[in-house]
Design a protein around this ligand. Structure first.
Ligand code: FE
Length: 187
């Protein structure tokens, strides 16, 4: 696959269809500038600021864009708030749709056939594989990303974090907690 990609890139560059320098900028963006830290800031702000949280739940695309995160694969965002009664988990059963601007590129397991099928059939089993056991009264809802909508899970804010700054709260927000296959870190 690596060779195929390199061959394709070479041909496209030779024919002048793509600019290798532009490709480098794109790759650098996704490696260093765009990633789960962006989503963690969104979640931390939602935890700390009730008005922002309400806006995020009402119009996630606009609320997220207000922090500077938007663009491809983030045009139609929906935020899902986890509560003691309701956990949310996201999958793309067809392929690997994922909210790039807030989470970066998807992990390999997110694109794998076993995750995509089992997340729907056996969400509790998948959560157990990730080391997550939910309290008995917590229901799990699985959301299937479509070609248009991208979901961001807002994990529950851990106890013992009263008065924390957004910056500090963001350190508790993991990538998996924003997909729903994990929980926020305990302080
Ligand atoms: Fe997809």
């Amino acid at each position: 696959m690596d060779l195929r990609v390199r061959a394709l890139e070479t041909v496209l560059a030779q024919k002048g269809y793509i600019d290798p320098a532009a490709l480098d900028v794109l790759i650098d963006n996704y490696q260093t500038r765009i990633g789960p830290r962006n989503g963690a800031q969104v979640v931390a702000k939602a935890w700390a600021d009730a008005d922002f949280r309400a806006w995020l739940l009402r119009d996630a695309t606009a609320a997220i864009a207000s922090l500077g995160y938007g663009g491809r694969q983030g045009e139609h965002m929906v935020a899902l708030e986890c509560t003691p009664a309701q956990h949310h988990m996201v999958v793309c059963t067809l392929c690997s749709c994922y909210p790039w601007p807030v989470l970066g590129l998807p992990p390999t397991w997110y694109k794998s056939a076993p995750y995509r099928s089992r997340a729907v059939q056996d969400p509790h089993g998948v959560l157990a594989d990730f080391g997550v056991t939910l309290p008995e009264g917590t229901a799990v809802r699985v959301w299937d990303s479509t070609a248009e909508v991208r979901y961001l899970v807002i994990p529950q804010r851990p106890a013992g974090t009263d008065g924390w700054s957004e910056e500090r709260l963001a350190t508790l927000v993991t990538r998996d907690s924003m997909i729903g296959t994990g929980l926020a870190r305990q302080p």
